[in-house]
Design a protein around this ligand. Sequence first.
Ligand code: PLP
Length: 383
Amino acid sequence: MDLEGDAEGALRCPPPSRSERSSESFRGMSVKRTLFTVGPVEVRKEVLESMTRPMITHRSKEYEQLQEGIVEKLHKTLDTDMHILISPSSASGLLEACVRNGVNQKMLGLSNGSFGDRWQEIGSLNGKEVVKANSAWGKAIRPSELHACLDDSIEAITLVANESSTGVLNPVKEIVKAARDEHDPLVFVDGVTAVYGTDLRIKDLDLDALVFGTQKALALPPGLAIMCISDRLLDKAKTVSNRGYYFDFLKMMEKAEKYYSLTTPPVSLLYALDFQLDRILKEGVQARYQRHKDMGDLVRDWAREHLGLYAEPGYFSDTITVINRNGMDFSKLNKSLKEKGYEISNGYGSIKETTFRIGHMGDLTVDDIKGLLKAMDEVMEAM
Ligand SMILES: Cc1ncc(COP(=O)(O)O)c(C=O)c1O
């Protein structure tokens, strides 16, 4: 909003325009609504409040201590000793950085949904030759599908752990093993809607990159991407030219080793990350995974009874359920839900109009899910 000077020269605010008034009333509603969306997701009040600590500069000792504490807690909660990079971007920044730092010429992009397709596109747009291995949407990628596409010329493979457009959790461990057994490319995994909601057992995976962001199962506001990165990928980066500056893994790592950020980070969001990791440690990571599974089970039972699940059995995501619309008027459903204080998500990509999605991740509880499903029953009955 522009400030205007009045006759005496004092600044005053002009009355809100029509569009500002409507966005204010939208803001008013959103405060009251609980998000069962696929990200950004519900952020608890105390987590939001943790962002209001006084500002520090990102070259200070206090900052170093903050980042060191965060890295320690990431290692502990994820049960890994891989290097950690924290990026002031959304997750896509680091997904693109994997390609820019880890591939000279040729990569293999595995896909069974929109986000797998997008990583392939990121490779092509960065001038890499992308071999595409596309599986049917709604089905899991089978490790055997790699055999026909992998050879020694493939420098890296990209894989989305939890495909957010279809609600399929791919068998990451088996796929990584199949890749490693054959030709040993670098393996990059998009863990954006998996990490902190699903136990990927990172320690057993032998990955080169695992990327995720703050706005999904970490239940924080958007704005930070995090990755676990291997020595192999850092060594490979030394051989790749045109890595740029902002996402150069070698430059980022040089700073990260001293618990600093290459560029100015969103310090307030780092406060929230630090606070949230303490909450996760308090809950217990395994209890967190179990809670996600319990929430997923409830949503899937509801979906089976009412409309049907999009994903193939045996590979259901514990963070996102994709439900068939079967002709149901989704806009009407979500509008009525919003009036009751709940919000769910549209379908995505080529199945946008035929499905919808419920996010059950982050800090939501089984009771929150029961409340949502009861509200959905009421709305559906009235429709
Ligand atoms: C599986 C997956 N990968 C990547 C992304 C892109 O993440 P961001 O929007 O944080 O860049 C998303 C976002 O929804 C996602 O669900």
